[in-house]
Design a protein around this ligand. Sequence first.
Ligand code: GDP
Length: 358
Amino acid sequence: MAENKIHKLALQKQERFSQPEITNSISISKLKGKRKAQPNTRKLINEILNGDITALSRAITLVESKNSKHIKKANAIIKACLPHANNSIRIGITGVPGVGKSTFIEAFGKHLTGLGKKVAVLAIDPSSTITKGSILGDKTRMEDLVKDKNAFIRPSATGNSLGGVARKTRETIMLCEAAGFDTIIIETVGVGQSETAVHSMVDFFLLLKLAGAGDELQGIKRGIIEMADAIVINKADGDNIKPAKLAKVEFSRALHLYPEKDSKWMPKVSICSAMQNEGVTDVWNMILEYETLTKQNEYFEFNRRKQNKFWLIQTIEEQLKSDFFNNSEIKKELKHQLHLIETKKTTPFSAAEYLLKL
Ligand code: GDP
């Protein structure tokens, strides 16, 4: 209660001095009588800070919108929420389809809400940029967790580029934290660059694997092993227990060959059965161990600052690209230049030079 009051006071102060766009959008929406369709920004911010899930969902929809008015509103909301974000542990989970990510996240999430945590599950789905689908779109996934009042599950944002989707996910993380979620799980499938994007927005990166027939290290990208803070071998149940234990030994041995991480954390390997809810607690304890170590040696904060700087550059790049390609003159000229390239009347380089100078 007291915390909510402080939130509100801080908010009022902020709005008075630095948020003219909020007042503007409120009066505009009043004038247009569109309050219901376009929620009042200030009200939305207050509700988010009070942990209202409906308001949080609405704000995320604004973040994901391409409409310029929505984007302006979303930016105002994020700005107001920012001082209340950051107080969380952000966990990235990756693995091939079928490895058991949603089964694991469900068991893991339930364990955490059982401990009194508030868990938000978001996703970065590279395939959604092509198919407009979503790995979390399937309503049957995480059925129990969906019903948990201390959990919030949001399907992946869609967009034309991984950079755009990643930016929206980062902003969604901020909103979830401002709404009081203290554990943020970002799920992704091991496709393309999505793991790198997720790795650059989380504190702890977990790779889910299956035990194979002694070929565990084959077909796994070196970069992913380097990023992983933990490798968890799932489906360690029934006949699979023995291969899972063997895989654990092999991965542990392999991880020792990698150079020490800046975090000074020695990546760990564990086995679990998400389906039978075994070994899930161990994963959480491992993450707590990581958090203690990296907060003590100050890597935790250092890494978040490093990530923020990285995302500043990424956001500028995204913005420049989107401004360029959405410019109507460029659109027209680009068509023309593409035609000239096809008819061999210009080269890609001189066409690019011409377009960039427009
Ligand atoms: P995702 O595609 O990575 O999200 O994988 P799912 O969580 O949808 O799981 C894929 C299949 O593996 C489902 O049929 C699950 O029931 C099954 N599965 C998940 N975890 C386990 C486990 O720990 N043990 C066993 N035996 N099956 C599991």
